[in-house]
Design a protein. Sequence first.
Lengths: 271, 222
Amino acid sequence: MSSAPISLWTRLSNPSHFMRWSGALVPWLAGLSALALGIGLYLAWFVAPPDYQQGETVRIMFIHVPAAWLGVFFYGAMSLSAVGTLVWRHPLADVAQRAAAPIGAAFTLICLVTGSLWGKPMWGTYWVWDARLTSMLLLFLIYCGIVALWRTMEDPNRAARAVAILTLVGAINLPIIKFSVNWWSTLHQPASILRMGGPTIDPSMLYPLLVMILAATIGGTTLHLYAMRTEVMRRRVRTLTIREAERLDAGRVAVTAPASNAAALPLGQAL
Amino acid sequence: MIGIVSALIARDLALAARVGGSGALSLVFFLMIVALIPFALGPDLNLLSRIGPAILWLAAVLATLIGLDRLFQADEEDGSLDLMSASPAPLELVVLAKVAAHWLTTGLPLALASPLFGLLVALDGTAMGATALTLLVGTPALTFIGAVGAALTASIRRGGLILAVLVLPLMVPTLIFGVSATEAASGGTVPFGTPLAILGALSLIAAVVGTLAAAAALRWSE
């Protein structure tokens, strides 16, 4: 009985099985995320009230917070995949790692850009060296390093292991960076959703925000699965290209070989 | 084991001291950055003495990067890394010895020379001593973090640039606590001991994580 979930997992993570089930799942997930995004944006733009202090600009939050969440979420996904790469050497974990990096970097960038646009009316400047903005900037820089390392190494298996080590070192460092940046300064409001004693954000804004976070998570997962499919196909093309080159190489040897080959063969086998 | 470690350290120190080694070079680079900043900011001694510790720390971070890309690459190219990993000593110990040697040729000279370079940016006695002490405690963290990047990029040609991109974000906490400890020493709201203790903790964490990760990176790069 205990082997059932393991075998299910093994079956799902087999690359060709993965291509089959993810191919069936991606359109549904895409539709679901479009629906959730539609509801979330409707709630955020038309139902949620403007803030009594910040006015309409508070609506930036409905993009900003989900983007920040996904930036962190994809680093978590990457770290889990990195464990999969190092412990099980699973090819699909390599693929998941590689696909997550640019998506996470993009969402972190969206978070930074929207935060900076939000900062202009609120703080009077596009950029403040505030603790959260700074940690997100460092997260973005780490993502950049990871993407750069992926692109530097040609052999995907070696690159996957190197990036996995870097990702895990980064994962150990992220809490330290967060802590040290917090030490260093703060101008941002204190955490308002996840804190002891319930959220301080008003329900009329909280529910649209939660819907947007849900929509962003489903949408991000869809993008990730889609990118993984692309990466699997890219690897297949790479393997096919290498095989083709080997075949051509072998063909050329076969064409030029016979004369020298016959001379090289031991006499007993010449006939 | 001790014999292997001391032999490796002696070998790396000898290599750093000879022609083509980067032993004294990082110190010159350190001086270069400290000398460049007044040209950018102007010779205002009040301003310089206020940001002096930050200048010295930034210079130390950048100077640590010097020679880091060759830390494992040189041994990887001439095959001595294969010999080291085939030796009875675990690869972690080899990494530890090589990183220690690198720190002895970059971090330690920087920390020892920082009071002298502090004169250039008009630091007073307390700030000079504090900067030297924080550099002494904090530069091991920089070297160990850098070693991870060096191991990851050991087999990449021209890995120096990507090495800097990989490790600099990870060095931010060390920089923050290094500078804030120095500022705490010359009058601040926090006592000097707190950031210094955290700086020491960062060095110890980096020593463990950096050694294991660098050894893993070297082992799995084949």
